[in-house]
Design a protein around this ligand. Structure first.
Ligand code: UD1
Length: 360
């Protein structure tokens, strides 16, 4: 009997991408195991997603925890190598652009274990973002690249990656969103959290936004302005909390800071919101499908399809108030149809390619 393939996940945005792939691989009868690196370990960033997304418990947990980029990536590499040497899988499947992803790609390349990268080809062309380094290295090393949007195919072709390795499959994160759409009940979450009928949801955690006092102060000023229009609900990632507080976040009466939410609660809140203000990657995609205006506090995006085909706009903190006025006035609606193949079946396409590859 062939050994099981191994899925490697580690951080919050991995879980919603892996769930549909695990389900579709299981349906094809391919044996698989799930490994959690422990990059995210708080219940609010990890356990709640396993429950909400009906993910199986990990077969292996590395428990690496936090650290500098080098320390965290190296710790994952050392522990993962031991697991892979003890029981080499025919294929490792890694997701997204977090440190767990690049760690898996590098270890597998050195051990000669083939890898698949789900969400390949995204590029911000901004190498000051740690995720951009993770994407470039993972895509250079992966044997199968599963691409979520057309410009991803162009980016990879420009980097000289052989076309036989590329598969344009659509977006598994959107599979998860569509699967759980009926559970997204904004009224129930609003009642529980005592949120008024019209509100803005904000999320902030990127190093470029929350790791320096100057950047945090610009953001806090912008959120203060935004909250003069509508109440702002901010489920806050642990990273950056103290910097945002030093920049005066706690003094903003119109901004309600809450703990990070689970998958269903968070997207329920987003679904019912008048607009979202964020620096996340995945939320740009989810708002595009939910039709909620998204104002992204970044100078660039690796997901331009959310601007050309969706509800996303890039803004500086100084542009946020005017952009929010325009969005609230209805000036920010999706253009035409949504991105191609964001239809809820990416996981099945990925599983079919994986199964065929394993047979060959
Ligand atoms: C990581 C990803 C980022 C993604 C984000 C989503 C990388 C390089 N970055 O960033 O792309 O958008 O996840 O959440 O992989 N912490 C906790 N509890 C946890 C985990 C982290 O309190 O369970 C705190 C620690 O102080 C830690 C900090 O958050 O040092 C950063 O965690 P880390 O995993 O390094 O990166 P994220 O900022 O979460």
């Amino acid at each position: 009997m062939p050994s099981p393939v191994l899925h490697v996940v580690g951080a919050r945005p991995n879980f919603m991408k892996a769930a549909p792939v695990l389900r579709a691989v299981e349906a094809l009868g391919v044996r698989q195991r799930l490994l959690h690196t422990g990059q995210h370990y708080d219940a609010a960033l990890s356990d709640v997603f396993f429950r909400d997304l009906e993910l199986p418990q990990p077969d292996v947990s590395l428990g690496v925890g936090s650290g500098s980029h080098a320390a965290q990536t190296a710790a994952i590499m050392v522990s993962l190598e031991e697991v892979l040497v003890a029981q080499p899988p025919p294929m490792v499947i890694a997701y997204g652009d977090v440190n767990s992803t690049i760690a898996a790609a590098v270890v597998c390349a050195k051990l000669g274990i083939p890898t698949a990268h789900v969400e390949a080809g995204l590029r911000s062309f901004d190498r000051s973002m740690p995720e951009e380094i993770n994407r470039l290295v993972t895509d250079a090393l992966a044997d199968l690249l599963f691409v979520t949007s057309p410009e991803g195919m162009d980016n990879l072709a420009r980097e000289g990656i052989a076309v036989e390795r590329l598969h344009f499959v659509g977006n598994p994160m959107i599979d998860t969103l569509l699967r759980h759409l009926d559970r997204l009940d904004a009224a129930a979450v609003r009642a529980r959290l005592q949120v008024p009928e019209r509100y803005v949801v904000a999320t902030l955690h990127r190093p470029s936004n929350v790791d320096s006092l100057r950047a945090a102060e610009r953001l806090v000023a912008a959120l203060g302005e935004a909250s003069r229009r509508l109440p702002v609900i901010l489920p806050l990632h642990p990273r950056g909390r103290s910097m945002l507080e030093s920049a005066g976040l706690a003094e903003l009466t119109g901004v309600r800071v809450i703990e990070p939410l689970g998958y269903v609660d968070f997207l329920s809140l987003v679904r019912g919101s008048a607009a979202v203000v964020t620096d996340s990657g995945g939320i740009q995609e989810e708002t595009t499908v939910l039709g909620v205006p998204c104002l992204t506090l970044r100078p660039n995006t690796e997901r331009p399809v959310t601007i050309t085909h969706g509800t996303n706009r890039l803004v500086t903190p100084e542009q946020l108030p005017d952009a929010l006025d325009a969005a609230l006035a209805g000036g920010q609606v999706p253009r035409g149809e949504g991105p191609p193949l964001w239809d809820g079946h990416a996981g099945e396409r990925i599983a079919a390619v994986l199964a065929e590859w394993l047979r060959a």
